[in-house]
Write a protein that binds this ligand. Sequence first.
Ligand SMILES: [Zn+2]
Ligand SMILES: [Zn+2]
Length: 263
Amino acid sequence: MPSHEHTLTCSVTVLGSGSQGNSIAVRCGDSTLLVDAGFSARDTIRRLDACGIDAASINAILLTHEHGDHVRGIRVLAKRLDVPVYASPGTRRAAKLEELVDDPRDLQHGYAVTVGEFEVIAFRTSHDAADPVGLRFESRDGTVIGIATDTGEFTPEACEALTGCTILGIESNHDIDMLTSGPYPWFLKQRILSTRGHLSNVAAAEALETVAHDGLSQVIALHLSTTNNEAPRARTALTGVLSRLELTTQVVCAHQNTPPSVE
Ligand SMILES: [Zn+2]
Ligand SMILES: [Zn+2]
């Protein structure tokens, strides 16, 4: 038996991820934080239930940015769970959060806030939203969980904030060839490919290469496009980097609707 009684059990459970909706449960010990509320309250609670997570155990909801696929359920969900909602100042304004939830709380870039078991730090991402952020969660036993989704490039802030992760959720939105030769209109392709769009499989792999280390136990590919990507392509890009670095990190691809649980 390992002898570290103080080691917390930490996990990331993706309730769903993709352009139809996003919500991720980050758990350590007795604390569960929800990143984004892109499903209706009823659907979120159903997904939590399907993943074996008691909705009453959730301590707070944190929002990455104001796009509908990340905030759609926030008003009813925050009320039903009766938990505080955290967002960056720009996201608060853009989402009109004051009108939706009681007493929203600030996530300032680079400043730590304590929420449940976690110290949470928001960092800047690059996306066509008012003030988008990624999140670094550090538990009191030193476990680090990083979430970076909806970002057209892996920012220097992301690179710095996501060093030393135990579990990393990173966007792997599209395969560049599938997107460019696919059915999306030109303007939408340009938007996705821009530095304020979404990370491709190749860009996710490059980002992973900068932060991978032998303490990284899992990588979760997030926000896969159902039109412009396939899980094996995202997986191959990420595992290619890991095997080159001789790391045994597990790779999981998140789905829009089938919640895979990762522990
Ligand atoms: Zn999104
Ligand atoms: Zn977005």
